[in-house]
Write a protein that binds this ligand. Structure first.
Ligand SMILES: Cc1cc2nc3c(=O)[nH]c(=O)nc-3n(C[C@H](O)[C@H](O)[C@H](O)COP(=O)(O)OP(=O)(O)OC[C@H]3O[C@@H](n4cnc5c(N)ncnc54)[C@H](O)[C@@H]3O)c2cc1C
Ligand code: SF4
Ligand code: SF4
Length: 480
């Protein structure tokens, strides 16, 4: 076997043995989209996309040959050893014109606001800025296509998929957050086959993967001209959607569509509804309920989280040209219609926003980078102090784990909070297994029964010490 070919094969097996076998594959699909890659993206038993090697002996001689070509598996995977980190990628892209903030990355300007024009805000998950900026790039003839996530209508398909939109209707139809696994391999192939200028939307690790791919793939580099990032708490398996549906009488396999972010007038923006459509006892039903009426809705419990998300340090999509998220800040959260936070890093996007504001199509407030970070306080704590502790645990167990920008440490957390993080990890892990058991036995209660004691343990670990409660009480009394 020629030297290069065997080193490529070595890379492939290193990727599988570290990232995939270690549980750090986020299912982005970039490795499966590399020319000559034998990998495919498959949903695993827990409803998570994972890079998968075909079973031994199932490759044709031609495919065997292809799998021995030079393929940059390690330098393009966002979790592999040897790929550039977010700081390095972002410095290359924005370092010369942006300011650096250690929690949100580089920025030109930071805003909170929403779209005043049309029904972008009403149709969006938050303030509608995610779809507006894509539509505006298209209307200003800056792009030909948008790559984002659309609802699927074919039975048997996953509910959501990355798709290419080529007109305004399709772009607007893609609005809404999909807390659901998606992967890029198919759509990257389409981009290679169809010349044009593309804007792509993704969670931070997907945008990082695109940036890494662009470094080795001139066609992708040339064609993907804008990356729009979504702020990210963590990714869910398909079971998150099933969990909501089952509580509305729609069993797994019978869910046809889901709106994870239905706006409910009069309630705080974070008290949104979940709407499901599917078959219940042979009849199609549509059910909408406020999120807090569902068991398992709290993101802090991390149900159905990928393990990779516990080893991620990018909350604000630091390698994206612009990032959109929710303004979880007291001055905005009471507006049920939703308000975005925005981190702008690309001058052209900044110009479009300024024009939108001048013409009254956007309502934007300048806020500080620190306020943007505050809007994601819980996510950032989990991925800073919490991550340092999880890295420490992995090192202590002498297990492979991805290189992060942070150093491993247990000292950044008091012992009480170390326990909180341990239970949180256990909650996520248990949720996958418990739901699989519930599906096997066709009984949602088995899931609930398995998770409730763990939630109790988590809540008790988080409870303030008695002295903290007494101290709080005494400060309230003395300040009266
Ligand atoms: C998995 C996930 C976790 C998130 N966690 C947080 C969080 O912790 N804090 C926070 O502030 N915000 C988070 N967000 C972002 C938030 O839910 C909104 O998407 C964001 O505020 C944009 O709202 P909007 O109204 O501006 O966008 P919209 O106008 O609704 O447009 C959203 C755009 O994103 C695309 N899209 C939706 N889901 C995906 C996906 N999975 N992958 C790629 N593209 C997608 C849509 O196709 C559409 O083009 C998360 C989003 C996702 C998908
Ligand atoms: S490139 Fe993406 S899909 Fe492939 S192993 Fe890495 S995280 Fe998984
Ligand atoms: S938390 Fe990190 S690893 Fe998980 S989906 Fe979001 S960006 Fe990717």
């Amino acid at each position: 076997m020629p030297g290069l070919a065997s080193s490529s094969r070595q890379e492939l097996f290193t990727l599988i043995n570290t990232v995939v076998e270690g549980g750090y594959c986020i299912g982005c699909g970039v490795c499966a989209a590399l020319p000559h890659s034998p990998l495919t993206m498959q949903l695993d038993d827990y409803g998570r996309y994972q890079a998968t090697l075909p079973p031994q002996g199932t490759l044709s001689p031609q495919e065997e040959y292809q799998s021995e070509q030079t393929v940059p598996y390690l330098s393009t995977c966002p979790f592999a050893e040897g790929s550039a980190n977010e700081d390095e990628l972002a410095r290359d892209a924005f370092g010369d014109r942006c300011t650096y903030h250690d929690q949100i990355g580089y920025y030109l300007e930071t805003y909170a606001g929403y779209v005043a024009e049309g029904d972008f805000r009403g149709q969006g998950s938050s303030g509608g800025m995610g779809t507006w900026i894509l539509a505006e790039l298209f209307r200003q003839n800056q792009i030909d296509y948008v790559v984002h996530v659309q609802q699927q209508s074919e039975p048997g398909d996953p509910l959501f998929k990355f798709q290419v939109s080529s007109n305004l209707d399709e772009i607007r139809h893609g609005a809404k957050s999909r807390y659901y696994p998606v992967e890029l391999s198919e759509v990257l192939q389409q981009i290679r086959e169809q010349p044009g200028r593309y804007a792509i939307v993704g969670v931070p690790c997907f945008i990082k993967a695109i940036r890494l791919l662009a470094k080795v793939d001139p066609v992708i580099c040339d064609r993907i001209t804008f990356c729009i990032g979504l702020v990210c708490g963590h990714l869910k398996s398909t079971r998150f959607a099933d969990m909501f549906a089952w509580q509305c009488g729609i069993p797994p396999g019978q869910l046809q569509s889901i709106n994870f972010r239905k706006k409910l007038p009069g309630r705080n923006a974070n008290r949104y509804g979940v709407e499901v459509v599917g078959m219940s006892n042979g009849q199609q039903v549509t059910v909408t309920k406020p999120n807090n009426e569902f068991f398992g809705f709290l993101w802090g419990h991390g149900f159905f989280k990928y393990q990779a998300c516990d080893f991620c340090d990018d909350v604000l999509a630091e390698t994206a040209d612009m990032t959109v998220g929710d303004a979880w800040l007291p001055q905005y959260v009471e507006d049920s219609q939703g308000t975005n936070v925005l981190v702008v890093r690309h001058p052209l996007l900044h110009q479009l926003l300024q024009k939108g504001q001048e013409t009254g199509r956007l309502q934007l407030d300048l806020i500080t980078a620190q306020q943007v970070a505050q809007s994601q306080d819980a996510g950032l704590r989990h991925r800073r102090e919490g991550l340092a502790y999880r890295l420490h645990l992995k090192d202590q167990a002498r297990e492979w784990r991805p290189q992060k920008r942070l150093q491993p440490s247990k000292m950044r957390l008091r012992p009480k909070f170390r326990k909180v993080h341990q239970v949180r990890m256990a909650l996520a892990k248990a949720s996958h297994r418990a739901f699989a058991l519930a599906i096997k036995n066709r009984d949602f209660n088995l899931f609930k029964q398995a998770m409730e004691p763990k939630i109790k343990e988590y809540n008790s670990a988080r409870k303030p010490y008695l002295w903290q409660r007494l101290w709080k009480k005494s400060t309230i009394i003395t300040s009266k």
